[in-house]
Design a protein around this ligand. Structure first.
Ligand code: NI
Length: 136
């Protein structure tokens, strides 16, 4: 059920917010405010080491000695967190691996950091989200 409330903002801040809304393609202020609030709550779940979800992406050179083996070995050490892994051969040299994870925030961070730190990983990212059951 949706409830309405009103917000008072300084004119300049409201102008910036409206610019943000049109840049991001929101249809109205309410949807933008809802997303900002949810984003803040997702961040809080990560900070409180709650049950969260995320996506780890890795781009790496598969010619780097033993790199694929190391990535796989780390994933086996944290297998309870991993929902699925997709490997894409991007071109002759580069691979993209996308790992969907769910579990305790600190362990997911640990898993992501270990893989991203490996030599030969050119780009690594952890996108933090939440299973969402606190975020209706
Ligand atoms: Ni590949």
């Amino acid at each position: 059920m949706l409830k309405r409330f009103s917000i008072s903002l300084e004119e300049q801040l409201l102008e910036r917010f409206d610019a943000y809304i049109s840049e991001h393609g929101y249809v109205n202020r309410s949807e933008a405010v809802r997303d900002l609030i949810r984003k803040e709550f997702v961040g809080a779940e990560w900070e409180q080491d709650g049950e969260v979800a995320g996506v780890i992406t890795l781009v790496f050179n598969h010619h780097q000695a033993l790199l694929q083996e190391k990535i796989t070995e780390i994933q086996h050490d944290y297998y309870t967190l991993i929902t699925s892994t997709t490997h894409v051969h991007m071109d002759h040299d580069n691979c993209l691996e996308v790992i969907i994870v769910k579990g305790q925030a600190s362990l997911i961070r640990e898993l992501a950091e270990k893989m991203i730190a490996l030599r030969g990983v050119k780009n690594g990212n952890l996108t933090m989200t939440s299973t969402g059951h606190h975020l209706h």
